[in-house]
Design a protein around this ligand. Structure first.
Ligand code: PRP
Length: 178
């Protein structure tokens, strides 16, 4: 396994507190309705699992995989749908669950795809947002954000480096060269 954690950005308690707050906010906003959560694999499986347990309105979950990163820490620039939803999202209140929004390409592509399937509503929750890295031509409004972060390479809580580190209960800054 390459790299090492140089510091902890959010520990497990901070994460769990914030996730509970997000779940409560989402539950209030969707009162009288249902949530159709779209877990964007792989990174958001940990966040999705925690978040849905704090949502109190009827909730369904499906998974989808759209990938923009090659190996390592640098985005490759292109986005591919590797695995699509099973369900038809037409007329559903869709909530896309992301672990991190970086350049915004993955989300822009996913939003474009899902909008064309005519959901009743389409919102986004992301555990992390790195606004300084956003592509200038991408204008995405994230409805629910866990934490905004600076331009660090972060791992843990579902986020990986070469597929490792997803299992960390905290979010840490990675030094890829040590
Ligand atoms: C990561 C992350 C987001 C995306 C964000 O996924 O989970 O989906 O990149 O980057 P962007 O805003 O620049 O598009 P990745 O493609 O690494 O796949 P993974 O979730 O399987 O780790």
């Amino acid at each position: 396994m390459r790299g090492s954690i140089s510091s902890i950005l959010f520990d497990a308690d901070q994460i769990q507190t914030r996730v509970a707050e997000l779940g409560a906010e989402i539950s209030r906003d969707y009162q009288g309705s249902e949530v159709f959560a779209v877990c964007l694999l792989k990174g958001s499986f940990v966040f999705t699992a925690d978040l849905i347990r704090h949502i109190t309105v009827p909730t369904r979950v499906d998974v989808m995989r759209a990938s923009s990163y090659g190996s390592g820490t640098v985005s490759s620039g292109s986005v591919k749908v590797l695995y699509d939803l099973d369900a038809d999202v037409a007329d559903k209140d869709v909530l896309i669950v992301e672990d991190i929004v970086d350049t915004g390409r993955t989300l822009a592509k996913t939003l474009h795809l899902l909008r064309a399937r005519n959901p009743r509503s389409l919102k986004i929750v992301s555990m992390l947002d790195k606004p300084s890295r956003r592509e200038p031509d991408i204008n995405i409004e994230i409805d629910y954000t866990g934490f905004q972060i600076e331009d660090h390479f972060v791992v843990g809580y579902g986020l990986d480096f070469d597929e490792y580190y997803r299992n960390l209960p905290y979010i840490g800054i990675l030094n890829p060269n040590s």
